[in-house]
Design a protein around this ligand. Structure first.
Ligand SMILES: C[S@@+](CC[C@H](N)C(=O)[O-])C[C@H]1O[C@@H](n2cnc3c(N)ncnc32)[C@H](O)[C@@H]1O
Length: 287
């Protein structure tokens, strides 16, 4: 594998850390999901040592993965036949979930990350269980054009996922991102996101994490205090699902840094939403 194809620096390195969490979960007999490719990504780069808080977040990464797996299952069951992983990273849902016939799944991420991902999946001879397309784009730029060029159909309801991205973007970039998603969302579309609030960034347990993220050029740049109000202003009716509820649902301990009893008002938001605004007509490629 070429050096260029390795996400060893920058924000794409964070995708490897999430793959490590999924590989660790996949090795458990009582796993909440399987990910047969996560360990291959980790092996290709080498295990990245994470700060103590990274270890404390393992439970959150696992619950969030299962939460968004279930989100996609519900969307497909409701008739949705198109999904977009916004900042897909080393997510392998296109391979490890069962999708209805004809389901199309688009993965958007930076070119270097996707080159690495394709190289590892190629070695594993991985075959997707849906019609999978990768879109190499910077999500701060004109990614809708690239998505449409890849065959995305804005007339079809879409299940969007923005997992592990928003904290790395500036607030204005997130506003633009959600606006663009809205313009590409036919009635019946769904959106799921993860984000954090300001109190979460101020947790003393995260001091070492911040230092490491800054060192690799992946500092957190934004927070949100009320995800439902924010998404509501962008035309989505949203619900936040607390980790306490997910932990109870799956018989797991509440992840330490998401437990209100320990972290007070600090939050790592997991939210899912349905399109509530009337159809927007300003989408690129639409009348
Ligand atoms: C923490 S990882 C999360 C990946 C994946 N969603 C997951 O949960 O496994 C963050 C991802 O965001 C991508 N990313 C960050 N900034 C980006 C940008 N401006 N444009 C496209 N992708 C970006 C990185 O390359 C990386 O894959």
């Amino acid at each position: 594998m070429t050096t260029e194809a390795r996400p060893t620096s920058g924000v794409s390195r964070t995708a490897v850390i999430i793959a490590q969490a999924r590989a660790t979960e996949d090795a458990r007999t009582d796993r909440l999901f399987t990910d047969p490719y996560a360990q291959s990504f980790v092996d290709a780069v080498g295990w990245i040592q994470v700060a103590e808080a990274g270890r404390l977040n393992q439970g959150h990464f696992v619950l969030r993965t299962r939460f968004f797996d279930d989100y996609f299952r519900a969307a497909a069951q409701a008739g949705c036949r198109q999904a977009v992983l916004v900042a897909a990273g080393l997510d392998t849902r296109a391979f490890r979930l069962e999708w209805p016939a004809g389901f199309r799944l688009f993965e958007i991420d930076l070119p270097g990350l996707l080159a690495f991902k394709e190289a590892v999946l190629g070695v594993r001879e991985a075959s997707p269980s849906c019609d999978r397309k990768t879109v190499r784009a910077d999500l701060r730029e004109d990614w809708p054009a690239a998505l449409l060029a890849a065959g995305f159909d804005p007339e079809q309801p879409t299940a969007w996922l923005v997992e592990g991205l928003m904290m790395y973007l500036e607030p204005a970039d997130n506003d633009r991102l959600v606006d663009r998603i809205g313009k590409l969302s036919a009635p019946g579309s769904r959106l799921a996101i993860e984000h954090i609030n300001q109190a979460y960034t101020e947790l003393p347990q995260l001091k070492a994490v911040h230092a490491r993220l800054r060192r690799v050029g992946a500092a957190w740049r934004s927070t949100i205090e009320d995800p439902c109000a924010w998404l509501g202003a962008h035309g989505w009716t949203a619900t936040v699902v607390p980790q306490t509820e997910l932990a109870a649902r799956h018989g797991r301990p509440v992840p330490e840094l998401t437990d209100p009893a320990r972290v007070g008002s600090a939050r790592m938001w997991l939210a899912e939403a349905v399109r509530s605004a009337p159809e927007v007509s300003a989408a690129p490629g639409r009348a």
